[in-house]
Design a protein around this ligand. Structure first.
Ligand code: HEM
Length: 337
């Protein structure tokens, strides 16, 4: 097929996937801008995307684009090295400043890939992946010893950017991205043989501006996120605390409600006319299930303490009483043994 068998076809695939990735990166920097301007709205967007079918399709499509772009990049590089010479582009009028990026496109791509691996471990794996796996509170990623649910994007920003090395790794990645994207535009225009006219220069200028604005925004974001993370802004801000608190309040209610429903189910099958049997069944149920509910309650309580300290009493509602009730009952059962 033309897209795989001819050199120009392969360059075409690189260009199309490259343009799609540029659009993704542009969308991404705009998403991050929401975190910068309006952090609570950013968390709503994270919740909306989550691991829903539309977000999963987009992520799979994106992964495919990256994979095709990388495979074709390696393929073209091998081909170019074999046929070294001056015919890497249909039209060849490379100014000296393009030379450096051109020679280093593969290395720049590898630096971006390395950045991406770190980045996906810091964000995607802690957010979409956790939601996809339906992980329990106890195994969610933790900030200051308390679990963070996947929709709290701002707390993952806190987690990532409170590390000293994060802004350094990111800024290296952004610089590589600037050279890579900028040369990508240049290369795409030349691969299709467009080598003269005012529009070539205009398009190159547009490409350079586009790249520079996107990368400058990423750098500005990384700086602001680092400053805010080091001031613990994402756990001190009252609007954010209220948003986290709302989530934990619902979670507390859900835990208590789940316990009530389970108890009702168990007791529906017990012969209530026999008090000894009923008491034994109650004790068995508590011995088996109370530790799990206590663990969940502890996770919520520690998250509320760490993530919304100013709202503690209001948010926890009946959860603390519920936990004490379970602990006392377990203690009584142990003593009666
Ligand atoms: C300040 C810089 C950046 C921040 C704060 C940031 C933040 C995030 C966050 C929060 C997610 C998680 C999305 C989720 O799984 O729910 C994410 C995903 C991702 N980011 Fe970034 N990002 C930054 C820069 C970049 C750059 C420069 C690139 C590419 C060169 C990039 C590529 C990706 C990719 C591929 C994903 C996975 C998207 C998916 O879920 O399918 N990010 N980023």
């Amino acid at each position: 097929m033309w897209l795989t068998s001819s050199s120009i076809g392969r360059k075409f695939v690189m260009a199309v996937t490259g343009v799609c990735l540029v659009l993704f990166v542009t969308f991404h920097v705009l998403m991050n801008a929401v975190a910068l301007i309006w952090p609570t709205a950013y968390n709503l967007v994270c919740e909306f995307l989550g691991a829903n079918w539309y977000a999963l399709i987009a992520s799979a499509g994106l992964a495919l684009l990256f994979i095709i772009h990388i495979i074709y990049a390696c393929w073209l590089t091998i081909q170019n090295r074999r046929a070294r010479g001056n015919d890497r582009y249909l039209v060849n009028s490379r100014p000296p400043q393009v030379e450096w990026s051109s020679k280093n496109m593969l290395v720049l791509g590898i630096v971006i890939l390395a950045f991406l691996v770190v980045h996906l471990i810091q964000f995607w794996h802690k957010m979409q992946w956790q939601e996809l796996m339906h992980h329990e509170l106890a195994v969610l990623p933790q900030l200051n010893g308390a679990p963070v649910p996947p929709a709290f994007g701002t707390l993952f920003i806190q987690m990532a950017f409170q590390e000293v090395w994060t802004p350094i790794v990111y800024i290296i990645g952004f610089i590589a991205l600037w050279f890579h994207m900028n040369h990508g535009f240049w290369s795409m225009l030349h691969s299709i043989g467009w080598d003269n006219g005012i529009w070539l220069n205009r398009l190159k200028t547009i490409g350079c501006w586009w790249t520079s604005i996107v990368v400058a925004l990423f750098i500005a974001q990384a700086i602001v996120f680092t400053v805010r993370a080091n001031q613990n802004y994402y756990t001190n801000d009252l609007a954010l605390q209220e948003q986290y608190g709302e989530f934990w309040k619902e979670k507390s209610q859900a835990i208590v409600e789940d316990f009530r429903t389970s108890v009702q189910k168990v007791f529906a099958n017990i012969d209530q006319t026999n008090p000894v049997a009923a008491q034994a069944a109650q004790a068995d149920f508590l011995k088996e299930n109370a530790p799990r509910y206590i663990e969940q309650a502890n996770a919520v309580i520690s998250s509320v303490e760490k993530q919304c300290p100013d709202l503690k009493v209001e948010t926890l509602g009946e959860l603390e009483q519920f936990k004490t009730f379970l602990e006392q009952n377990l203690q009584n059962i142990e003593q009666e043994k």
